[in-house]
Design a protein around this ligand. Structure first.
Ligand code: AHR
Length: 507
């Protein structure tokens, strides 16, 4: 059997804080994410408040979700917010051309989204329309949401039943403007980002955090163009920097964009390829961050990875435009590896949003379209088990003897991934064993403090393909796990394909 892997952690040496917003979420008007997922309408038999599903809210509240990005995605750049306010029966109907060509009745609009955020106890992240909108439209949306006192948009908001302005910090300047958000060149979009950002005003004490629409994958030149343009401002009175972050999108697929792979039927080889692709997030964030360092060495501008996660072929028999996919233990391990990488990049990564929260892509929750039954996915459990890392100080994990690894085509995959953090006198370790077949032990060598009241949980199942469904809600669910005290700290046993958390108070 394998030797235990030593992992040294100085529990008293705190690294950069892990921004809670890296545990962010994304809800687009796409398939059954909003309609049927979050929102069922006031007349539904499913318990709801103002049309918002209360079972979904309750499940998500257990994750402490820090922010919710809306209304897209590609949908954001064809969304006209004024269509989604006022009496529902008067709201304009449009066609959702990106996602299935279905009718969008605009019954879920600004007020409904802000009510959802209030129910979830989460911060809104609104993605504005650059592709088919106007500067004025975006500017007026911010006035409508956040301005106090008296003005045309404030009067309109009050007329629609909301006296007080809302607080909105996170604001997206378009989405994928190299593609569905306008097919622009980097130079063209950088000009637009400057122009739109100029008219995204701070009203009262509402201070916006503007996010420029970033690169696809490893397109570092896109990031570089946006960073360069930040420096060339004429007017001295304008707020600097004009945008506070640039985004990046990176999806994990096993195959290619024509055939991304099946969500539940996959081979062990496809599993390893998936994990190699997920692990490349480290290279991705390092690459974009290095480019940003050239223009912003003090790391003032953040990276917002506002779309990430697995993207599989849709479930057979479902609308191809709805991006509905199942979620297995493999997806959970993709998520846990992402979080270890996010924790490592805490100094530059300000936010990340998994795509998408309910019924779309790597979802936390799947709802049955007929019975309405709610299923928590394996990915949901990783978010829940890891929530103690939110706003915690990252702790460095050193593995002096190296990590076990395996060759996957041309790549070398570390099959163990570990991260740790400290907050409020508690330390949380996350450990993933990506090996499909072999168990491994990790010896946590703890320096600078000892751990008391240790509790551990494990997420695993017989097969990597295991998943939850209405008839098997807990096929993949966390269970209590035993760890062993050693002279130097703790021995943690990691069965094949498992995710384990260990938490304890530091003395
Ligand atoms: O998340 C699904 C889609 O993926 C988003 O709408 C778009 O931004 C990306 O291409």
């Amino acid at each position: 059997s394998r030797e235990a892997i030593p992992a040294v952690v100085n529990v008293d040496v705190e690294g950069p804080q892990i921004n809670r917003h890296v545990y962010g979420h994304f809800a687009e008007h796409l398939g059954r994410c909003i309609y049927g997922g979050f929102y069922v309408g006031e007349d539904s038999d499913i318990p709801n408040e103002g049309g918002i599903r209360l079972d979904v809210v309750e499940a998500l509240r257990a994750l402490n979700i820090p922010n919710l990005r809306w209304p897209g995605g590609c949908f954001a750049d064809e969304y006209h917010w004024m269509d989604g306010i006022g009496p529902k029966e008067d709201r304009a109907v449009m066609i959702n051309t990106h996602w299935g060509g279905v009718e969008e009745n605009n019954h879920f609009g600004t007020h409904e989204f802000m009510a959802l955020c209030e129910l979830l106890g989460t911060e809104p992240y609104i993605s504005g329309n650059v592709g088919s909108g106007t500067v004025r439209e975006m500017s007026e949306w911010i006035e409508y949401l956040t301005r106090d006192g008296d003005s045309p948009m404030v009067r309109l908001r009050k007329q629609n039943g909301r006296e007080e302005p809302w607080k909105v910090k996170y604001w997206g300047l378009g989405n994928e403007t190299w593609g569905c958000g306008g097919n622009m060149s980097a130079e063209q979009y950088a000009m637009d980002a400057r122009k739109y950002a100029t008219y995204c005003r701070n009203y009262g004490d509402n201070k916006l955090y503007r996010i420029a629409a970033g690169a696809a994958d490893f397109s570092y030149d896109w990031t570089e163009t946006l960073m360069k343009q930040l420096g060339h401002l004429g007017c001295q009175r304008v707020e600097r920097p004009l945008y506070q972050a640039v985004s990046v999108h990176y999806y994990t697929i096993a195959g290619n964009w024509e055939n991304k792979g099946d969500a539940k039927e996959f081979t062990t080889d496809e599993y390893y390829t998936t994990m190699v692709k997920a692990a490349r997030t480290d290279e991705l964030l390092t690459g974009h961050s290095n480019v940003m360092d050239l223009y912003d060495p003090t790391k003032e501008i953040g990276i917002v990875m506002d779309e990430w996660g697995t993207w599989w072929n849709v479930e057979p028999g479902t609308n191809p435009g709805f991006l509905y996919q199942q979620n297995t233990l493999r997806d959970a391990l993709v998520a846990s590896v992402h979080f270890d990488i996010f924790h490592k990049h805490a100094d530059r990564l300000h936010m990340a949003n998994i795509a998408q929260t309910v019924n779309v892509l790597q979802a936390m929750i799947l709802t049955d379209p007929d019975s309405g039954a709610l299923v928590l996915t394996p990915t949901y459990h990783v978010f829940e088990m890891n929530k103690g890392h939110q706003d915690a100080a990252s702790l460095r994990v050193d593995t002096p003897a190296g990590l076990p690894s395996r060759k996957v085509d041309e790549a070398e995959l570390d099959t163990v991934s570990i991260s740790a953090s400290r907050k409020d006198g508690k330390v949380l370790f996350s450990l993933s064993n990506l090996d499909a077949d072999e168990a491994v032990d990790v010896d946590l060598d703890l320096r600078g403090g000892t751990l008391r009241e240790v509790a551990s949980r494990i997420l695993t199942a017989d097969a990597l393909q295991s998943h939850n469904e209405p008839t098997a809600l807990e096929a993949v669910a966390p269970r209590a796990h035993e760890v062993t005290a050693t002279e130097k700290g703790l021995r943690v046993h990691l069965p094949a394909h498992s995710f384990v958390t260990v938490e304890g108070s530091v003395a």
